[in-house]
Design a binder for this molecule. Structure first.
Ligand SMILES: *[C@@H]1O[C@H](CO)[C@@H](O)[C@H](O)[C@H]1NC(C)=O
Length: 421
């Protein structure tokens, strides 16, 4: 019988994505942290506070979406945060789909519904924009002056569901939220964009892969450059430590409960079952819009959620290893090396396209584009592959400055990682 990830694993995942897992952030160099706070070192405490407040971006509740049935799990309107662009960036847009796990059962969805991941009534009213979303030129040289939008995640299904559960009264309207928010952004200026980048991490990174070609279709004239970056979204259909497929079972529940099949790429569902088409490895080769895959090959969340969830590890043999990589035995490390090799293999065909980008770091990490310490290229900042960090790699790919197909050597060869376990 297949295993499902435990609730504690989900809570860890949500905590990580909510940014409460701070070891990565705290490893940023003082110079980078100072820059992220918006301080040049000269201001006193008051100046610092004022400047720090300026990087917090307020929420906009999209009330008009409710009439289209585009609602969060509890029926409240969807929401986004916009930091307007300026100067040369004023006709360029980043649309970032927030991540934060999924829910796969009445029990877990009820919990999600009464949190910020299921209700705009419970969302933070302002959030910091960091990494690829930062307005600091030093931190984010290629995108700092773009219009930057964070779309809040409150559907539990990577913006792809279309269902209503009568028993629980929970809405799964991710696809309607996607459509309503994009149409709204087009109406407030994005329709005139020269350049657009769809971004997102984790369940938001998966959402990017699922919606990349759909975003392209919103710009029919072809005069807008549209590209997409999925961070930490390359969830593999992998065999877990008990020989089952925990993540397949989990994804299968989500796809069925949330009516996701109808919104998956038709080219995939024509040849494979719907659950398979929720796995990036089966759809990335069919994405026509230029796509960049940024992922840690030893993805912390995949280790916890997919490879060694508690249900697949009843004896607890993996408990130490999955919270501390140096506690992994030789055979456990060999299992993780095999997982890394599967991830590298999964992008083989995808990498063949000139317009696609790849950055697979050999780090025990998750979500590297918005973490304070992993996006920037300064010393102590981003992990590098062949001496090039993440923000430089993504910029080189987006602006066609260089082809980026960066696959790291196997752990532990890379000493530029910020491991989070
Ligand atoms: C991680 O595991 C190693 C080896 O078992 C141990 O020496 C170390 O104290 C552990 N670190 C933490 C933070 O638990």
């Amino acid at each position: 019988m297949a295993d499902r990830p435990s609730l504690p694993a989900l809570i860890i995942a949500i905590a990580v994505l909510a940014g409460s897992y701070c070891r990565v952030a705290s490893s940023a160099s003082p110079a980078v942290e100072d820059e992220l706070r918006g301080g040049g070192g000269a201001g006193g405490p008051t100046t610092m506070r004022r400047r720090a407040a300026s990087v917090m971006v307020p929420i906009t509740i999209l009330k008009s979406a409710v009439s289209d049935g585009a609602v969060c799990m509890d029926g409240t309107p969807p929401a986004y945060h916009l930091d307007p662009g300026s100067g040369a960036g004023s006709r360029s847009w980043i649309v970032n789909l927030e991540g934060g796990a999924w829910c796969n059962s009445a029990k877990t969805c009820r919990l999600t519904r009464s949190s910020g991941r299921g209700s705009s009534d419970h969302m933070d009213k302002e959030i910091p924009f960091t990494g690829i979303m930062s307005s600091s030129r030093a931190v984010n040289p290629d995108f700092y002056n773009w219009n930057r939008v964070k779309v809040r995640y409150c559907d539990g299904g990577s913006f792809a569901g279309e269902a209503f559960d009568k028993d629980t009264g929970i809405y799964f309207r991710g696809q309607r939220i996607w459509n309503a928010v994009i149409r709204h952004l087009l109406s407030i200026g994005m329709a005139n964009a020269d350049q657009v980048l769809l971004a997102g991490c984790s369940s938001g990174g998966l959402a990017v892969i699922l919606h990349c070609d759909q975003l392209r279709a919103f710009f029919p004239s072809g005069s807008t450059v549209v590209k997409c970056i999925s961070d930490g979204g390359l969830y593999l259909d992998a065999v877990d430590v008990s020989g089952g497929r925990s993540l397949r079972s989990y994804f299968g529940d989500i796809v069925a409960m949330q009516g996701i099949a109808q919104n998956l790429p038709p080219a995939c569902t024509a040849r494979l079952d719907a659950t398979s088409c929720f796995f990036p490895q089966n759809i990335i080769d069919g994405v026509k819009t230029p796509l960049f895959l940024l992922n840690a090959a030893y993805d912390f969340i995949q280790i916890v959620l997919s490879l060694a969830p508690d249900r697949a590890d009843p004896s607890g043999a993996w408990r130490a290893c999955k919270s501390n990589r140096t506690a992994c035995s030789a055979s456990q490390m060999s299992f993780l090396q095999d997982f890394r090799d599967q991830m590298v293999a999964s992008v083989k065909g995808f990498s063949g396209s000139r317009s696609n980008g790849v950055f697979l770091s050999s780090c025990f990490a998750h979500c590297q584009s918005e973490q304070l310490g992993t996006w920037n290229t300064k010393p102590g900042g981003s992990p590098t592959i062949q001496n090039k960090g993440i923000s430089k790699s993504v910029g080189d790919w987006y602006f066609d400055r260089a082809e980026v197909k960066a696959v790291d050597c196997r752990y532990p060869c890379d000493n530029t990682c910020h491991h989070i376990i």
